[in-house]
Design a protein around this ligand. Structure first.
Ligand code: C2O
Ligand code: CU
Length: 481
């Protein structure tokens, strides 16, 4: 039972960032005795409803994580009282939570116990090319009953995820995804209580069946398939406990096929501290937090609701193009119960978080990528520059080159653009500088990204992360040589 201090918690917050690090608040309490380090604890069992099991580590070495993953169908009670056959890693939805420290080696003994081929893609992780899980490009699909060994070093702190890259929309839509957090010990200490929120949705009907992969036909592909059961860490409306004033770091992962989230802080505040590849250059107070399919968001949530109250966190309709908002209303995805415990004084998040050098784009090779949709009758064909992935010629890059890609949305739907293998920077003065691998390209807009191809030759994919769009052809290949 942690020692708690009932009253008068005084925080002395020391802000300022010396070279090379983040300074966090020094803490002092007038009534704290020995063990006062527990003064700032979250309520007992605060994250129990959201717990994500970690896989067994088969290797005793501290810097090696060796695990088994098996993709298999299991029956789970996702909605109360109803069993649904979902596809999982190790029988869990989401799959096991891989938590590592920067520099660790991850070894995965993967077995496919599904009735069809699959692969695992390590979304955002800077893997060697042959570990990227791109079927037909970096590996042959893993047949039913077959195994594959993935092994690579987790080089970058941040929040990542894993998912199949074969029949992606269908396999992800059946439940195959899992979180990866690579911690930097310095920033773990700086931000404290850390929580992964993996957002997903399943197309479950009233008798517990998952909808067929082609539900909605061509229109389903065009719109992108959103499941009507919204999950956080595989649960319907889990309840998180919080303590007023006590910050929590939320690592949000959007593992849906097509759903955009724009979240308002549920009775409190959000400070965005980063996303795809860990911390951004500086923190930013935000009134809403948007996270598009494939993308990650790292926010500090400080609850400020009255002790004893319950506040909903809602999905709200996000305008991502034609028909995506009309007639739809907000839905609660999680609840935050503010424990009946004395509030603590909220501490400020440091302003500067990380030194990030802007990529030097003088002399960059330029490319133009238009995201296009052609729909005629019942045929929907998506592409890049008007060409679907199966007919597209690859782009080329040389090691040592820097590229600037202008990505323009020429369609009536927004598209989250994802590049495998390399982080990029979005060239936009309005944005806080950060490293990304997935970025939204709203309707009628154009973005520019800078990429330095500094290592790891091979064939890499880029595609829309509305997985129905990728499957319909909005995908291309890049050869780095
Ligand atoms: Cu998460 Cu190619 O995707
Ligand atoms: Cu798209």
């Amino acid at each position: 039972m942690p020692l708690r201090v009932a009253l008068s918690v005084v925080l002395i917050v020391c802000l300022g960032v010396p070279a090379g690090g983040v300074v966090v608040g020094a803490v002092e309490s007038r009534e704290a005795g020995e063990g006062s380090a527990e003064v700032l604890a979250q309520p007992d069992g605060w994250d129990e409803a959201l717990a994500l099991p970690e896989p067994e580590d088969l290797d005793p070495a501290p810097d090696v994580i060796e695990i088994r993953l098996e993709a298999r169908a299991v029956d789970l009670e996702i909605t109360p009282g109803v069993m649904t056959t979902v596809w999982t890693y190790n029988g869990l939805l989401p799959g096991p939570f891989i938590r590592a420290t920067v520099g660790d080696t991850l070894i995965v003994h993967f077995t496919n116990a599904l009735p069809e081929p699959t692969t695992i893609h390590w979304h955002g992780v800077r893997v060697p090319n042959d570990m990227d899980g791109a079927p037909g490009m970096t590996q042959t699909p893993i047949e039913p009953g077959a195994s594959f060994r993935y092994e690579f070093v987790l080089r970058d702190a941040g929040t990542y995820w894993y998912h199949p890259h074969h029949s992606s929309s269908d396999q992800v839509g059946r439940g195959l995804y899992g979180p990866i957090v690579v911690e930097d010990p310095a920033d773990a200490a700086a931000f404290g209580d850390d929580l992964v929120l993996m957002l997903s949705d399943l197309s479950i009907d009233t008798d517990g069946q998952l909808a067929a992969k082609d539900n909605g036909g061509a229109f389903g592909s065009l719109f992108g398939r959103e499941g009507k059961v919204l999950l956080v860490n595989g649960r319907v409306r889990p309840r998180l406990k919080a303590r007023a004033g006590q910050a929590q770091r939320w690592r949000i992962i959007n593992a849906t096929r097509a759903r955009y989230y724009s979240l308002l802080p549920p009775g409190g505040s959000f400070v965005r501290i980063g996303g795809d590849n860990g911390l951004a250059a500086r923190s930013e107070k935000v009134t809403r937090a948007t996270v598009v399919p494939g993308e990650r968001l790292d926010v500090i949530f400080t609850p400020l609701s009255a002790p004893g109250s319950v506040t909903p966190l809602r999905w709200r309709p996000v305008d991502r193009g034609w028909g995506t908002v009309f007639g739809r209303s907000a839905e609660t995805i999680m609840e935050i119960e503010t424990a009946n415990e004395p509030p603590v004084v909220a501490r400020a998040v440091p302003d500067r978080l990380r030194d990030i050098q802007p990529i030097d784009i003088s002399g960059a090779v330029r490319h133009t990528l238009d995201l296009t949709i052609r729909s005629e009758g019942s045929v929907v064909e998506m592409g890049i520059n008007g060409v679907p992935s199966w007919a597209a010629a690859p782009l080329h890059a040389r090691i040592g080159e820097t590229h600037v890609w202008t990505i323009t949305n020429r369609s009536a739907f927004a598209h989250p653009f994802h590049l495998h293998g390399y982080f990029f920077q979005v060239l936009d003065e309005q944005r806080v500088l950060e490293w990304k691998d997935t970025v939204d390209v709203p309707v009628d807009s154009s973005i520019r990204i800078a990429i330095a191809f500094d290592e790891r030759p091979g064939a890499w994919m880029y595609h829309c992360h509305i997985l129905d769009h990728a499957d319909a052809g909005m995908m291309g290949h890049l050869h780095v040589e």
